[in-house]
Every structure is written in C-alpha cells, then in structure tokens.
Design a protein around this ligand. Structure first.
Ligand SMILES: [Zn+2]
Length: 115
C-alpha cells in the first residue's frame, strides 16, 4: 500500500513546518488528492489514522481531503467534461469511449492548522 509511504512523507513535511513555526500540535490538515493521482483516499485516511496515533505532533488531527476536478476531453468531438467524480464511461455528447484526462493528478498539502 503506497499510501502509507505518502503519509510518512506528509508527516515529515508537517514536522518540518511545525518546527519552523514553533507549533507543537497539528489541529487539522487539508489535502488535495486528484482523482487521477492513483491514490486510494480510504487507504490514505487509514494510513493517516494509524501513523498519527504514534505521533505526538499529529495525534488527533483532523484530516480533510478535497478532491479537485479533472477534465476529460473527447477525441472524437472535442467535448470537455469536468468532474471530480470518477472517470466518465463515455462522452455524453457523442458516446465515444476514448477520453483524454487532464489535471487531477496531484497530491497537494493545501492548509494546515496548528497551535
Ligand atoms: Zn464526444
């Protein structure tokens, strides 16, 4: 499950930010996880819960996950569909099955709240 290593990377980032800002408790963390990032949000959340239980800085912090939209362009008619839901099965205009996704591939630390 590579989400665990992503959470570990996130924790390193949080620890560094807390040091730089003299924070000693993370209250909430807002992440943006693109629908095309390949990251399973439930696994990420699970990894966060498990690892934060052992981490004084992050224990009890709220994890907020935002899913930004991705755009799917139909190669047949050029119609663009923007959604943060899962990939559309086909073009809603012409029914073609070949859609090219853009955006929505990132894992971004958006905001943290600490005290
Ligand atoms: Zn189309």
């Amino acid at each position: 499950m590579h989400e665990i290593s992503l959470v570990q990377g996130l924790f390193h980032q949080l620890e560094k930010l807390a040091r730089e800002n003299n924070g000693d408790k993370i209250i909430s963390v807002t992440m943006e996880i693109g629908p095309l990032s390949g990251i399973v949000i439930d696994s990420f959340r699970f990894g966060f819960d498990v690892l934060s239980a052992d981490n004084d800085l992050i224990r009890g912090a709220e994890l907020i996950i935002e899913v930004p939209p991705a755009t799917y362009t139909c190669v047949q008619c050029g119609h663009k569909e923007t959604t943060s839901d899962s990939r559309p099965d086909k073009c809603i205009k012409c029914g073609d099955l070949f859609l090219i996704p853009t955006g929505g591939e990132d894992l971004i630390l958006n905001r943290i709240e600490m005290e």
